[in-house]
Design a binder for this molecule. Structure first.
Ligand code: G6P
Length: 621
């Protein structure tokens, strides 16, 4: 949450900062701001609202200079007002700071700084960082600090960050040093983009790909000093660091909306490619198994695994539930799926032979990161299934599997979810083949999986128009139920979450049979139930649940297989999806539910890519 950017080079900074902020807007959109420096002067523009509002302000009142920082905010400390917007200025214009994270000791710092005469203009924790850096800078100047030009600013950041408790990714500029930015991180992401005679800072490499494909992922405790032609990285305790420059495999087009009105719709339609990329190079036909390059566990260690914990939040947790069914069915290993926010505090007994997989799109979710750290502390091998390369979870895990789904920018996760399920299917086959699963059985499972990009493509083409029509019929409903069983139970949860997130309609996802233990009381003529019932071994059971709802006059939208005329007679509306084996159904049945949520949200006038109160990457507890 919160996105920060920085630019220093030989081009005007303003437009580059605004454009980069647009690509980070998914991280928060309560307010936005930029600050630049030129010839000893600091220029700050900030405003509550979206990046568009900031862009309008800058059109009327532009900022000059070739060096600047920017911020898009998801409010934690202080309401989303103009004065709480970043950048925050310290020491009467001596420094400007943008910050992502939470400073836990800000109240104490604020008291001390106010006692020293610093006047606070906002309710934020960040302003304490700005005044603290300014305070150290003034002291260093008074003491006659005489390092290389700009060294005093780096030293002031060093001294200030040493006093901070909590998490931060920060970028700092000062009109005294108009050719440099100082960045630092602890617990919040920060990436350096390396260009030709220009450098960039950002919370996420997605903001950089239009300018450079070469990046340095900063580690916790590192401070980076950036100028147009050079940069240096140091660790706050260990001194100079030799940075490793990595090449991004994302391109600028990946971050464009293309012909789509929203990122979410674009990402829904990218799912065939995301599934394809998630399995690329990972199927070993000769041995009828999967292959992963980065698990960092020996086959012996993996063969001895007796229990798996899958952990994550939101949509990633739902993917974990599908993973539980897959791994238990094909590898016969007991699996538990834990909310990361619970796992981190629950302290479950862990037996030898347990491994943990942390599942995340962003690789930055604070609760998932904390669960991963807690598992590592207990000495459990902890692996990651993550989309964002170089993210904190990916780097702190002992090993893992990247999704390769490409940047996901819409706040509601879609293509990362189907990529996660694809990877979990491969993992189930891989672990199964180390155990009882025969080569012909493994080969059959993988051959079916391989057809999924094409089947999902067909699903998209076939369900798109009917689902858009359905949205017109149902978009005024106030409550929805989503029911599914077996592999489609997690999909019921995911369908309900998508609708809640972006259309603000109350929805509950349930295992279809649980409905009669309470939620059936909610059924009436105004409450539609989405019943996911493709043909499979629980088909008849779910059909009985459908009848129970119809008997109580509840409208039913069925997700069923092509040619199922039986269900068409009983349900009010049917969306037909291609028939696939039970274990692959989630990849198909989730598609109409994503589109239903999308079109209902559009019809209700909701901001699909930036739903209220949410942020894509939740880096606070
Ligand atoms: C937020 C987002 C969800 C997402 C969850 C987990 O709550 O709004 O869409 O599923 O975080 O994100 P992660 O990056 O850990 O998968």
């Amino acid at each position: 949450m919160c996105g920060i950017v920085g630019f220093v080079g030989k081009r005007p900074a303003q437009d580059i900062l605004v454009e980069s902020l647009r690509l980070l807007e998914y991280r928060g959109y309560d307010s936005a701001g930029v600050a630049t420096v030129k010839r000893g002067e600091l220029f700050v523009r900030k405003r509550a609202g979206r990046i568009d509002d900031l862009a309008e302000l800058l059109r009327q009142d532009p900022v000059p200079g070739f060096c600047g920082i920017g911020h898009t905010r998801w409010a934690t400390h202080g309401a989303p007002t103009d004065s709480n917007a970043h950048p925050h200025v310290g020491g009467n214009g001596l420094v400007a700071v943008v910050h992502n994270g939470v400073i836990e000791n800000y109240a104490t710092l604020r008291q001390r700084l106010e006692a020293l005469g610093y006047e606070f203009q906002s309710d934020t924790d960040t302003e304490a960082i700005a005044h603290l850096i300014a305070h150290h800078l003034v002291s260093l100047h008074e003491e006659g600090h005489n390092g290389a030009p700009g060294e005093a600013l780096v030293e002031a950041v060093r001294q200030a960050t040493a006093q901070l408790k909590g998490t931060y990714g920060i970028a700092v500029i000062s009109p005294l040093y108009p050719d440099m930015i100082v960045g630092a991180r602890l617990g919040s992401p920060l990436v350096l983009g390396v260009g030709r005679s220009e450098h960039f800072l950002a919370s996420d490499s997605a903001a950089l790909v239009r300018h450079t494909g070469r990046v340095v992922y900063l580690n916790d405790g590192e401070i980076v000093t950036v100028r147009a032609d050079e940069f240096q990285v140091e660790h706050i305790e260990r001194g100079a660091v030799v940075p490793s420059i990595q090449t991004l495999d994302w391109s600028a087009e990946d971050t464009d909306k293309g012909p789509y009105p929203h990122y979410m719709l674009k990402e829904i339609f990218e799912q065939p490619r995301a599934i394809e990329n998630a399995m690329r190079g990972r199927i070993n036909d000769a041995d009828a198994t999967a292959h992963f390059g980065g698990l960092n566990l020996t086959p012996q260690q993996l063969a001895q695994v007796r229990r798996i914990i899958l952990t994550g939040c939101g949509t990633s947790w739902h993917a974990g539930l599908v993973g539980e069914y897959l791994i238990e069915e094909f590898a016969r290993i007991p699996v538990e799926v834990e909310y990361a926010s619970e796992l981190r505090y629950r302290n479950p007994p862990i037996e030898p032979g347990t491994i943990v997989f942390a599942i995340a799109q962003s690789g930055e979710t604070a609760d998932t990161l904390a669960a991963l750290r807690e598992s590592k502390r207990k000495g459990i091998p902890t692996l990651a299934i993550v989309n964002v390369v170089g993210s904190t979870i990916a780097r702190e895990a002992d090993g893992g599997i990247y999704l390769h789904a490409g940047p996901e920018i819409g706040v509601a996760s879609t293509k990362a979810f189907t990529a996660q399920i694809t990877v979990l299917t491969l993992l189930a086959v891989y672990l199964g083949r180390m155990r009882h699963l025969s080569a012909p059985a493994g080969a059959r499972l993988l051959a079916n999986l391989r057809r999924m990009p094409e089947i999902v493509q067909r699903t998209l083409e076939e369900v798109h128009d009917p689902v858009r029509e359905l949205a017109h019929k149902y978009h005024n409903a106030r409550n929805f139920l989503y029911l599914g069983r077996h592999y489609n139970f997690p999909i019921a949860l995911e369908g309900a979450l998508k609708l809640k997130e972006i259309s603000y309609i109350h929805a509950e996802g349930l295992p279809a049979a649980e409905m009669k233990h309470g939620p059936i009381a909610l059924v009436d003529e105004q409450t539609p139930s989405v019943i996911i019932n493709p043909r499979g071994w629980v088909y008849e059971k779910v059909m009985a649940n459908l009848e129970e709802i119809k008997a109580r006059k509840g409208p039913v939208i069925a997700i069923a297989n092509e040619g199922d005329t039986e269900i068409a007679r009983r349900a009010d509306d049917v969306v037909y999806v291609p028939a696939v084996e039970d274990y692959l159904q989630p990849l198909v049945t989730v598609i109409p539910l994503q589109l239903l949520a999308y079109y209902i949200a559009v019809l209700r006038g909701c901001d699909v890519d930036k739903p209220r109160n949410l942020a894509k990457s939740v880096t606070v507890e």
